[in-house]
Design a protein around this ligand. Structure first.
Ligand code: ZN
Length: 243
């Protein structure tokens, strides 16, 4: 079975459509949260994602924030401004769909969270030190995460010393995972690793092959729609640099 793994779509429908087209064919979709926030297409992205085959989706911090489940004072100014904009745009049925998302799920040998298994909504796993303490917070082989918008794979060492190492994913080069691992597919709608292309992973469970992919999309068109929607200029600017 071919599984498309996405995260942090952030209301960027153009990027999402480019990923769906490029990733075909796939049998099911796993989404690590933050479907909305920042971008101009919150309803369109929810309506597209909720119809994807055999979908597993967990709740991100932006998803929780629009539902009033977390305090938005902890968000930066632009993130708060886009949440206020979203408040006036989000359709009720789409809000209800966000409410159904769990913070954490486990299916087969995989745990799904947005941030980290230790703190599903808030914690960022950006380095091996934080990854290492999180290895004890899930009991499946794999934990899929999003949140940092940086594609990454943290692998548990196979010796007695629990040394976690960062595996350097190369786009289009399949790799297999035999140890415990924390895997982040990167962000579809707002990459932050200085590569502006949309990021995703395809997982083939029969061959145990994971493949990272990047796909270009029409960034100027999305920037234009961000600006005409009255969303913060910074959201538009950062898309072209991937920061
Ligand atoms: Zn995010």
């Amino acid at each position: 079975m071919r599984t498309l793994i996405i995260s942090d779509v952030h209301a960027n429908l153009t990027a999402l459509q480019a990923v769906l087209k490029n990733a075909k064919p796939f049998d099911r979709v796993w989404c690590l949260g933050d479907v909305i926030g920042y971008g101009p297409d919150p309803n369109e992205c929810i309506e597209c994602i909720r119809l994807l085959p055999d979908l597993v989706c967990v709740k991100g911090n932006h998803d929780a924030a629009i539902l009033g489940e977390i305090d938005v004072q902890t968000f930066n100014y632009e993130a708060r401004a886009s949440l206020q904009w979203l408040e006036t745009k989000l359709l009720l049925e789409n809000r209800h769909w966000l409410e159904t998302l769990p913070e954490r799920r486990t299916i087969e040998n995989i745990t799904f969270v947005h941030g980290s298994p230790r703190n599903p909504i808030w914690e960022y796993i950006m380095d091996v030190r934080v990854a290492e303490v999180n290895m004890a917070a899930f009991d499946t082989q794999i934990c899929l995460i999003g949140h940092s918008h940086v594609p990454s794979v943290f692998l548990m060492g196979d010796d007695d010393e629990s040394n976690v190492r960062l595996y350097d994913m190369i786009p289009n080069e399949p790799f297999s995972v035999t140890d415990q691992a924390i895997i982040n597919p990167g962000s579809v709608g707002q990459p932050r690793d200085y590569d502006p292309r949309a990021s995703f992973i395809i997982y083939d469970d029969e061959s145990n092959q994971w493949t990272h992919h990047r796909v270009s999309y029409n960034i100027p068109e999305v920037q234009q729609r961000i600006l005409s929607a009255g969303l913060p200029t910074r959201h538009a600017l950062r898309l072209e640099g991937g920061w």
